[in-house]
Write a protein that binds this ligand. Structure first.
Ligand code: NAD
Length: 313
């Protein structure tokens, strides 16, 4: 298949592109190497994971004309739309950027996909759209817009635009809600990446709030779900891609301590905008396309630390 991946030089995008290439697909990437974290790191992760031997278009999806021109020229069968400005804390500081990068850019992609005759658009959303619902397994129908950050509001809005444009153009849309994805080349602003980086330098780590349980998902599991959904039947729909096994902060700290016995932890007040707990009910994705995360938290964390010892020091 001919597949276009937006945000393909990012953390999840680079892993996805590598998998799609290994399956023999014809893949191209759009990425503007946004400075949310250094472009140099994105280039490194993209080269390391994919080999870099494929077209990469440095286009900002906020440029609707260029986006549409490229889509019509490349004529993809499917589009994975991962490009976005991520990060809950940053969205409290720069909310309007999230309207641009997470909503307006998504509309440009959805329109361009329609103009280019794309058959299937697969969109990267987030568990943050569930807001604060306590420590319960989150089912897809429980998202009702009661979010607690501008990032989540933008993702929830973008999901609605996906349905609208799928209806207008007649392509299929699949929405994935990811749950705190981690692994080698993990996004440097995310907790597990930050903890490991600090611990490797012998620095203390900071835990915000009481640190309730969270559904951490190893990146290979997320990617296998995204790839399995490519040929799914059925109409437009949304699926949780979590691990289905929440990990308490205490447990995460214990696991880290096993790797870094001299670890020091500082506790700080809860941050506004963070959801208190996440726990994915993954039954729907299991039934629809056989999604089955297989990497245990111990194994995933050990692989991430082994990677960081080589690349983050
Ligand atoms: P990332 O920042 O590593 O990747 C996003 C990529 O999109 C970057 O390479 C960036 O340069 C690119 N990009 C941003 N705006 C663009 C634009 N206007 N035009 C072209 N390229 C642009 O983030 P990630 O962690 O790999 O996340 C991928 C997607 O998954 C995002 O949509 C994110 O919101 C979503 N998500 C991630 C997680 C997670 O745990 N990592 C959780 C929930 C949702």
């Amino acid at each position: 298949m001919k597949i276009l991946v937006t945000g393909g030089a990012g953390f999840i995008g680079s892993h996805l592109v590598a998998k799609l290439l290994s399956l023999g697909h014809d893949v191209a990437v759009i990425d503007n190497f946004h400075p949310y974290y250094p472009a140099e790191r994105k280039k490194r992760q993209f080269r390391a994971l994919t080999g870099g031997n494929l077209p990469v278009y440095h286009i900002d999806l906020l440029d609707g004309e260029k986006t549409e021109e490229l889509f019509c020229r490349y004529q993809p069968d499917c589009v994975y739309h991962l490009a976005a400005l991520p990060g809950v804390p940053n969205s409290l500081l720069q909310p309007l950027d999230y309207v641009d990068y997470d909503i307006k850019a998504t509309i440009n992609v959805l329109k361009a996909a329609g103009m280019a005759g794309v058959r299937h658009v697969l969109f990267a959303s987030s568990s943050s759209v569930y807001g604060n619902q306590g420590n319960v397994p989150l089912k897809e129908e429980m998202a009702a817009g009661q979010v607690v950050s501008p990032y989540a509001a933008a993702k929830y809005g973008a999901e609605s635009f996906c349905y609208a444009y799928a209806h207008l153009f007649g392509y299929q849309v699949t929405i994935f809600r990811y749950f705190t994805v981690y692994g080698p080349w993990g996004r440097p602003d995310m907790a597990i990446s930050k903890f490991i980086r600090h611990l490797l330098r012998g620095e203390e780590i900071v835990v915000y709030g009481t640190g309730t349980a969270r559904d951490y998902t190893f990146v290979d599991d997320v990617v296998s779900g995204m790839v399995a959904a490519l040929g799914r039947g059925g109409g437009n729909d949304v699926f949780n891609l979590g691990s289905g096994r929440p990990i308490a902060m205490e447990r995460l700290l214990q696991e880290l301590k096993a790797h870094f016995p001299t670890m020091k932890v500082k506790h700080a007040p809860e941050r506004k905008g963070d959801v208190k707990a996440t726990w994915a009910d993954i039954t729907k994705a299991q039934r629809a396309f056989g999604y089955k995360p297989s990497i245990t938290f111990e194994v995933g964390l050990a692989r991430t630390i082994a990677w960081a010892r080589t690349y983050e020091t």
